[in-house]
Ligand binder design. Structure first.
Ligand code: IPE
Ligand code: IPE
Ligand code: MG
Length: 228
């Protein structure tokens, strides 16, 4: 069985901060540290792509101060981590509508994408920012109409081409934080994903936990609707 494409709903930063008597922004900062470790382990495990949920379309409804702290964290994380990502041959890509984070953040993101570009990356790190699965599907429908695509020309390939999501299909989706929902993350791309819900809060999620999820994936049988 293959494990090429993993997606993660990195949930639990707020609760982690509360539990440790820290500010919410500290929770998010610790979340970035957790991601750094999981990226390293993904490289170790020869995973081809890691697609993570950093900020949803619904998260714009959070307090302004929290959105601002996340915005600063994006810029600082790119400043601090980009070189090491490039050293590991990780190709970084952001997707979603993150224009509300402002011009400075937008330009920093474009800089990170250009600088880490590689024709043969060891790992593709895709970061969903201002992303919502529903919005993506609505945009696909709008594009079909705008481009006047014939009904008979619409197939799985067309949908993947028009979607903002860089990976057409996810093998394993992990959600930390204990909740058992998708929260408007990838919809079309998880049609046949194995889905693991993990109790641990995202900042506490370690390489060891990640390896456990990978092992569990290899112990499951993916039948894809067939009689095997
Ligand atoms: C996930 O952690 C990160 C974002 C949504 C930006 P949360 O901030 O949702 O953490 P909890 O769920 O409140 O603990
Ligand atoms: C999902 O977590 C979004 C991210 C992890 C970025 P939320 O905390 O926003 O989801 P809900 O509100 O619990 O559904
Ligand atoms: Mg949450």
């Amino acid at each position: 069985m293959n494990l090429k494409n993993i997606a993660i709903i990195m949930d639990g930063n707020g609760r982690w901060a509360k539990k440790n008597n820290l500010q919410i922004k500290e929770g998010h900062a610790r979340g970035v540290s957790a991601l750094k470790e999981i990226v390293k382990e993904s490289v170790n495990q020869n995973i081809e792509s890691l697609t993570v949920y950093a900020f949803s379309t619904e998260n714009w409804k959070r307090p302004k101060s929290e959105v601002k702290a996340i915005n600063n964290l994006i810029v600082n994380s790119i400043n601090n981590e980009l070189d090491e990502l490039i050293e590991q041959n990780v190709k970084v890509r952001f997707f979603g509508d993150y224009s509300n984070f402002g011009k400075k953040t937008y330009e920093k993101i474009k800089f990170a994408e250009e600088k880490s570009f590689s024709n043969k990356p060891k790992l593709r790190l895709n970061i969903a920012l201002g992303y919502g699965g529903k919005m993506d599907i609505i945009n696909i429908a709008r594009e079909v109409s705008r481009l006047k695509i014939k009904a008979s020309d619409i197939n799985d390939h067309t949908i993947n081409e028009l979607s903002q999501v860089p990976e057409p299909s996810i093998d394993l989706l992990i959600r930390t934080g204990g909740d058992t929902r998708i929260s408007n993350f990838l919809l079309y791309q998880i049609a046949y994903s194995e889905i693991h819900f993990v109790r641990k809060l995202w900042p506490d999620y370690s390489k060891k936990d990640f390896k456990r999820n990978i092992n569990k994936y290899f112990n499951s049988e993916r039948r894809f609707g067939e009689r095997t």
